[in-house]
Design a protein around this ligand. Structure first.
Ligand SMILES: [Zn+2]
Length: 189
């Protein structure tokens, strides 16, 4: 898929919208992005996850691990395509943990998968879980790369699509200054 084709899919599903938005973080942005609107169509999930799977297909690893909730579908699909095991972490009292009897062996090689990487905060929390188990992270794969700065990781990072978005403090938003009304995505009208 070309980048244009990917954006076309993102626009058609409503996953990618341009305008003036109030994000859940409280910041304003010129772009709204919701990966779940692409992943709701399993065939599209396969299309994007296949790029991650292809990139890591020659890497030596046994297991895919992803943070709940957003990462689960991506991790599951990448694992399905490469015939690996798929597990996920979730938060308990704010801390990322393995629950449900999920377990990593010492020196087990794992690929971390995400839907969207922005600051890589949750990816790094998953990495801490991996390290604490004595397992070894071999890469990070995501559908969308929204990073502003280079991630300092000891392994490769691959994403299917890079999305640039600007965010603004509400009291310093150029779109507000132009009197453009903002939309709060995901909220009911
Ligand atoms: Zn604004």
């Amino acid at each position: 898929m070309t980048t244009e084709q990917k954006f076309e899919i993102f626009r058609k599903t409503g996953a990618y919208q341009e305008g003036h938005f109030l994000l859940s973080s409280g910041l304003h942005s010129n772009v709204y992005f919701q990966c779940a609107l692409v992943l709701q169509y399993p065939a599209l999930a396969t299309l994007f996850c296949k790029e991650i799977a292809d990139y890591f297909s020659q890497f030596d690893f046994e297991t895919v691990i992803s943070p709940a909730i957003g990462g689960i579908l991506v991790g599951q699909e990448v694992a399905r395509l490469l015939n690996k095991r798929s597990i996920f972490t979730e938060r308990t009292d704010g801390n990322m943990t393995l629950r449900r009897g999920f377990h990593l062996k010492k020196e087990e090689r794992v690929l971390i998968c995400e839907d969207v990487v922005t600051t890589a905060k949750s990816s790094k929390e998953v990495l801490e879980v991996v390290n604490a188990s004595g397992a070894i992270a071999i890469g990070l794969g995501s559908i969308v790369d929204r990073t502003k700065e280079k991630l300092n990781l000891d392994f490769p990072f691959f994403s299917s699509i890079k999305i640039e978005a600007e965010t603004f403090e509400p009291n310093n938003c150029p779109l507000c200054l132009q009197n453009i009304p903002y939309i709060k995505p995901g909220s009911r009208k």
